[in-house]
Design a protein around this ligand. Structure first.
Ligand code: HMG
Ligand code: MG
Length: 298
């Protein structure tokens, strides 16, 4: 029983670019977001309001929000780790934000410099302020299928963090395979546990393709009733606090999978590929999407 439609959450401008060492101009970031809007993505994570000392590449996020052409019906979102980040996001007229916690203590410390419990506490005032401003909050859990420091992560540990995010008001919880070590079997087992506590239509899959398993994991998730997936155009990215992690699964590749299953997304393949090619040229990088490479070489 596959879903008839899937919502793709495009995280390229944020997860895709956050780890780039070379400076990328605000104009190039704006162009990427605008190209993605034109390609038909209905949800675009534009940037992060995090400490510029921790993630220098996201420092210009407010300017990017000022520069983009917002289209009706498209959500332009940003990551916010604390109240300070939320306030900056509200100043930039961000319509939706995301908080991010981890299923692993070590990753929580490396990524946001606090324990899991402290991070959840930190989100409470953020959630209240977001609610007062009428801004929806999405929640992320990282390291759901493995941690670069702690190794194996128990599904129950993921479920407990996901439950807390959901209970504090996150309308959707995205489960992040930050280092891409998950497999289809483990993905199904995880979703069975987490899906016990949270309705499946409130869960999203966020797969990095480090081990080449992301599409298999997405298919496994579809079979488990998940219909929201995070992906990154041209497979851009990697997490600054997860050594060796490659980019998210490429949006083009997910789209090809979904088209083959007759699942609607509203995204135009050719415009999406054009968006990916342009940013790859800016970065001087090969396109990380297999589908883009194949279609471009025809
Ligand atoms: P800290 O050093 O413990 O925080 O960092 P602090 O409160 O002591 O503040 C330190 C400095 O940062 C201060 O400045 C603050 O003002 C400033 P100073 O006085 O030293 O000049 N600061 C801020 N500046 C701008 N915006 C803010 C902000 N907050 C504090 N919001 C903190 C704690 C959480 C801030 C830091 O660790 C941080 O910013 N971490 C972000 C890490 C990050 O963005 N990681 C990547 C995103 S997560 C990810 O990629 C995974 C995901 O894709 C899912 C998956 O794949 O699994 C989502
Ligand atoms: Mg990620």
């Amino acid at each position: 029983n596959l879903p008839k439609s899937v919502r793709l959450v495009e995280v390229g401008p944020r997860d895709g670019l956050q780890n780039e060492k070379q400076p990328i101009s605000v104009a190039d970031k704006v162009r990427l977001v605008d190209d993605l809007t034109v390609a038909g993505l209905s949800y675009i994570e534009v940037g992060s309001f995090v400490s510029p000392k921790w993630v220098p590449q996201m420092a210009g996020s407010a300017e990017v929000f000022t520069g983009i052409q917002r289209s009706a019906g498209v959500t332009y979102a940003a990551l916010t780790p604390n109240l300070k980040g939320l306030e900056a996001a509200l100043d930039a007229k961000v319509e939706e934000v995301a908080v991010f916690a981890a299923a692993s203590e070590a990753f929580s410390q490396k990524n946001i410099n606090c324990s899991i419990a402290d991070s959840l506490q930190r989100f409470v005032p953020l959630m209240e302020a977001a609610k007062a401003a009428n801004v929806r909050v999405r929640g992320y859990v990282s390291c759901v299928l493995g941690c670069p420091y702690d190794g194996e992560i128990a599904p129950q540990q993921v479920a407990s963090v996901a439950r807390e995010l959901y209970a504090m008001g996150c309308y959707e919880v995205s489960l992040g395979d930050t280092i891409g070590t998950g497999t289809a079997g483990k993905t199904r087992a995880l979703l069975e546990v987490v899906g016990h506590d949270i309705p499946r239509e409130r869960l999203a899959g966020h797969f990095h393709d480090t081990y080449g398993q992301a599409l298999a994991n997405i298919y496994a998730s579809l079979l488990e009733g998940i219909s929201v997936f995070d992906s990154s155009v041209a497979g851009l990215g990697g997490c600054p606090y997860a050594k060796g992690a490659t980019g998210n699964v490429a949006t083009e590749d997910v789209l090809y999978l979904l088209q083959g299953l007759g699942i609607e997304t509203g995204v135009d393949m050719h415009k999406l590929i054009a968006a990916g090619q342009r940013i790859c040229e800016v970065l001087g990088k090969a396109n990380g999407s297999r589908v883009a490479r194949a279609l471009l070489s025809r």
